[in-house]
Design a protein around this ligand. Structure first.
Ligand SMILES: [Zn+2]
Length: 433
């Protein structure tokens, strides 16, 4: 994080935030996770456990109420003046992908700690409880299950999920949880979060794409989190044949069929964009069989993946039927057979309109420009929204994407985001729901 202390104007109406605490937490998280190039804080493993221990120590020093659930999500609460009111939650995750960056996830938890510490030092006590939640295991690269921590918190984690294995250790999620101090055997009986007792959840997160850099805006206010439609293991089956001896009419060329299939869908995306709709289409895997393919043979097989993302459920369904139409077309034209394989995906989640408006008002009051945008990446916020909690997200501008060591968030942008969040929470906490 590059320091630039002077660019955000101080405002008397905003309770102070403890930026020194934020700096020291980012430094400590860096020391915990540094792998020689980037950050590696594996879920339910040494890195994530150490980051949680660090947060718990700081929460103890601040005098916050500390609670852990059976899955070791960490709740750090500043009690409000009226404890019967639903609490406001902020937070994110502190695990990383292998060789990731220091800000993805951590920024949202550290923002919450900087706010509560600032409020405590200023003697400000909110009307309702404010809880910083450090959520477990958001990065599904370690265990192949999405949103493990937030699902566990809402009682949505299945018993089968506890049996999945970690990519490095080969041990189960259940074993990792227990070794970290959790109680996986309690998953059926443990107390779960009641969405009615949570007034809102706001997650501050670095932007993981280039939109805010492009618009020259320090903050984003997220309108919705994209859902996805995926065929991870599609196979185009044709017939291997001699490249010189097989006229076009006799070919079952898996490569040409795949190229046609992909460009047909790409054309569909361009049409949909021209209608003003937002979506993405990605073929991240595409290869012939390395053992059988060669330059003088028509390829008999192409393996590829399809990933479609959109905030709009109907648009995902529309693309799914476009995928099936494109399949029928290439099968007829090229004499191939396309096996799409299992369909997976997630539902889109809309962010709460009133919370988005509240965040815009706080940004405006502080003179910080904020750009409304969807999130193409998945976040725990999607799970909170799906559980019925009014949910919002603040994106902080970030160069070089994320899930790599080169994430680059300027401190001045982070401070702007934390101030907006602090102002928003303060306004919400003095205005009864
Ligand atoms: Zn993240």
């Amino acid at each position: 994080m590059s320091a630039n202390k002077d660019s955000v104007p101080e405002n008397d109406t905003v309770p102070m935030i403890d930026i020194d605490l934020a700096r020291s937490l980012f430094d400590e998280f860096h020391a915990i996770g540094f792998d020689g190039l980037g950050m590696t804080r594996a879920s339910y493993d040494v890195g994530e456990n150490a980051a949680h221990a660090c947060l718990e120590r700081v929460a103890g020093m601040l005098g916050l109420e500390i609670r852990r659930d059976w899955a070791l999500n960490l709740f750090m609460t500043l009690p409000g003046r009226d404890r019967s009111r639903p609490a406001m939650f902020v937070g994110s995750h502190v695990d990383t992908v292998p060789v990731g960056g220091n800000f993805d996830g951590a920024a949202g938890v550290i923002a919450g700690m900087a706010i509560l510490s600032g409020w405590i030092k200023a003697g400000f006590r909110p009307l309702c409880d404010v809880t910083v939640m450090a959520i477990r295991a958001e990065e599904s690269v370690w265990f192949p299950v999405s949103y493990i921590g937030s699902k566990a918190a809402f009682g949505l984690l299945t018993e089968e999920s506890l049996a999945v294995t970690q990519r490095v250790s080969g041990r189960t999620l259940r074993e990792h949880m227990r070794a970290s101090g959790g109680s996986p055997e309690a998953f059926r009986t443990a107390q779960r979060l009641d969405p009615h007792q949570i007034r809102c959840f706001v997650e501050l997160h670095i932007e993981q794409g280039p939109v805010l850099i492009g618009t020259g805006t320090p903050l984003g206010i997220v309108t919705g989190i994209c859902g996805s439609l995926r065929y991870r293991h599609a196979i185009m089956r044709g017939a291997y044949a001699h490249s010189g001896a097989t006229p076009r009419a006799f070919r079952k060329d898996a490569v040409m069929a795949t190229a046609d299939f992909m460009s047909t869908l790409q054309q569909k995306w361009i049409e949909i964009e021209a209608e003003g709709e937002e979506m993405t289409l990605t073929f991240g895997v595409c290869h012939t069989d390395a053992d059988q393919a060669d330059f003088s043979t028509i390829a008999g097989q192409v393996d590829f993946s399809v990933d479609v993302r959109s905030r709009d459920h109907a648009l995902l369904a529309r693309m799914d039927s476009a995928i099936h139409d494109a399949r029928a077309k290439v099968e007829k034209t090229y004499g191939v057979a396309l096996e799409l394989g299992p369909k997976t995906g997630s539902e889109p989640a809309l962010m709460d309109a009133a919370l988005q408006q509240g965040l815009r008002e706080s940004a405006e009051a502080l003179g910080v420009s904020a750009y409304s945008m969807p999130s193409g990446a998945g976040h725990d916020s999607a799970l909170f929204a799906a559980s019925g909690v009014p949910t919002a997200m603040i994106f902080v501008r970030n160069k070089n994407g994320s899930h790599n060591p080169y994430e680059a968030m300027d401190e001045v942008d982070f401070v702007a985001g934390v101030k907006v969040l602090s102002d928003f929470l303060r306004r919400q906490s003095v205005e009864p729901a």
